[in-house]
Ligand binder design. Structure first.
Ligand code: FAD
Ligand code: MG
Length: 313
């Protein structure tokens, strides 16, 4: 058995986060291809760039259907299906509320109650009309907006693994800021298992509270600890409750979901966060081949069954 002792690490900043690739081979062409893929994907999927494909759909709300490329259509279609399945939590039609709060951006603020009330009228997922044969998306009411912030990075992560494999890279780890995917085997340790760190929701990035040993898998975290601000002694974070229009309030600070698909894991991390610690554990335990690590606001850590988790004291 060969144990490699070299890793090649590439990092770049896109989509408001640090993207990193850790590979065992020095293949600049592959890294360049990932960078170009993500740059193009950002231009298509971003709700923060007025010229993106997604914003073309949003700008045409209440006016006309918009034809989009097959990748964007496919993600929107899956996201609409998940939004219908998990109506009280995950909802990609939440754009008007996300734009009102602007959490994570320089102009973040607590909106007026009247603004929230108006925005809540514009988040009906049943008013998103899809035409599969034409790849058309139509938001039926003026002012509606799609936001793919809780699903797109999962899709990109899955696609990057396909791209790296196309370049003959079969082992490595990628991180899209909250979405980590390990693929193949870990060539620097004899067990060949990967270790995925679970970050503390409240401390600086890189402060770990535990680690999970796993074979190739996706690990997606949703939490309230990083994108937030304080106003008049209250914490406002970026995960918005479609039932109230305000940031979600329950006993959880963070959920990390382990699954084979990063897109599915990303949806479930948001849904599980909404479920609270007890119901969230029940929900994830019921889904085959999916597991999770839950951290409550008081710092209590609980995991689903069948997960190889070790706390770091
Ligand atoms: P998750 O928990 O996975 O998702 C939370 C995000 O989803 C929120 O930030 C919001 O956008 C949305 N959301 C909130 N509540 C819900 C809900 N109930 N249901 C569904 N969705 C919800 N950030 C920047 O700072 N600058 C940028 O220019 C920028 N560009 C981006 C471009 C793209 C294509 C993408 C995918 C993201 C970009 N981001 C950018 C980051 C984005 O604004 C979100 O903050 C990020 O996607 C959150 O990811 P997460 O995994 O941390 O959170
Ligand atoms: Mg996420």
């Amino acid at each position: 058995m060969i144990i490699y002792n070299k890793k090649f690490i590439s990092q770049f900043i896109l989509m408001g986060t640090v993207i990193s690739l850790e590979l065992f081979e020095d293949k600049p062409d592959a890294v360049e291809a990932v960078y170009h893929y993500l740059q193009k994907a950002e231009k298509e999927f971003s709700a923060n760039d007025n010229c993106s494909e997604l914003m073309r759909i949003n700008r045409s709300a209440g006016k006309q259907p918009v034809t989009v490329n097959s990748n964007l259509f496919s993600v929107i279609k899956q996201a609409v299906e998940f939004s219908k399945e998990y109506r009280t939590s995950f909802n990609i039609a939440l754009g008007p509320l996300v734009k009102l709060w602007r959490i994570g951006f320089a102009d973040q603020r607590v909106p007026l109650q009247s603004e929230i009330k108006s925005a809540l009228q514009l988040i009906d997922i049943d008013s998103v009309e899809l035409d599969e044969s034409r790849h058309q998306v139509y938001l039926m009411n003026y002012g509606m907006e799609l936001d793919l912030g809780a699903i797109a990075k999962g899709y990109f992560a899955d696609q990057i693994i396909v791209l790296l494999k196309y370049f003959g890279i079969n082992n490595g780890i990628i991180n899209l800021g909250g979405n980590t995917v390990t693929f193949g085997v870990n060539q620097v340790v004899s067990s060949h298992l990967w270790k995925v760190g679970i970050q503390s929701p409240w401390q600086y990035r890189g402060t770990m509270v535990g680690e999970v040993q796993c074979r190739a898998c996706s690990a997606v975290t949703s939490g309230i600890g990083e994108r937030n601000f304080q106003y008049k002694g209250r914490l406002y974070h970026h995960i918005i409750d479609p039932q109230t229009g305000y940031p979600l309030e329950n006993d959880l600070a963070q959920v990390t979901i382990f699954s084979s698909s990063s897109l599915y894991g990303e949806v479930l991390s948001t849904v599980a966060l909404f479920s609270g610690i007890d119901n969230g554990l029940l929900l994830i335990n019921q889904i085959p081949n999916v597991s999770g690590v839950f951290i409550s606001k008081t710092g209590r850590i609980r995991t689903t069954s069948g997960i190889n988790f070790k706390a770091i004291a």
